[in-house]
Design a protein around this ligand. Sequence first.
Ligand SMILES: Cc1cc2c(cc1C)N(C[C@H](O)[C@H](O)[C@H](O)COP(=O)(O)O)c1[nH]c(=O)[nH]c(=O)c1N2
Length: 234
Amino acid sequence: MTISNHHFSDAEKRGLYRAIYERRDVRSQFLPDPIAPEVLSRLLKAAHHAPSVGFMQPWDFIVIESREVRAAILAMFEQENHKAAERFEGDRKERYQGLKLQGILESPLNLCITCDRSRGGPHVLGRNSIVDTDLFSTCLAVQNLWLAARAEGIGVGWVSILDQDQLSTALKLPEHVYPLAYLCMGYVSEFLDQPELETKGWRSRLSLDELVHHDGWGSSLAESPLLTFLQEHE
Ligand SMILES: Cc1cc2c(cc1C)N(C[C@H](O)[C@H](O)[C@H](O)COP(=O)(O)O)c1[nH]c(=O)[nH]c(=O)c1N2
């Protein structure tokens, strides 16, 4: 019998699932320790190995260390976050205002992953009908980096409470480049067991068995062995 490389060993599978389940969005637990260049390069390489529509690889990585630039972006966050708080009322508003939603200055490194919407020319294979597939591809690069970072013991926090035009100006992005993800990165004092929003009582994880449909929206998995399994292993 030949040994196939199609399967991961049990230890490799455990490692992969561990990264998936223990990845967290980090805002409050950053340590100031710098990320060594060889570690950062591994993370960027993981991101660069994400799938992309037509192998477009639309991403660029803007590494931001300057405190001045980060302070400017924090000021943009404060402005947008103030507006965001106004969308909630009463207790919910108070709760929102108590949430920490960025670690821009506490983390030693910020990274903006952008999407060059013109890369690969006007006709990218697979992007004909769904033009936003370049953005979807870039999200996958973010997720690769996020998981690899978790395996390296590095926390990542996505900050999206930012005005895209202001962010583009601050980072000197050309017109055709979209600032897809603004990330705070660094070693952490701890990775929380649950999403911070869950810990703070903002929202909890939905039950998977209510999110799986059968042969079309709305038809449940009634009497399906998959449903029984999902319910038993929630
Ligand atoms: C596109 C996008 C945008 C944001 C986020 C995520 C994603 C995917 N999240 C993080 C988000 O709150 C977090 O992922 C969920 O609460 C689940 O927690 P874990 O990531 O599992 O720890 C996030 N968190 C935050 O504190 N400020 C933010 O602006 C954002 N923005």
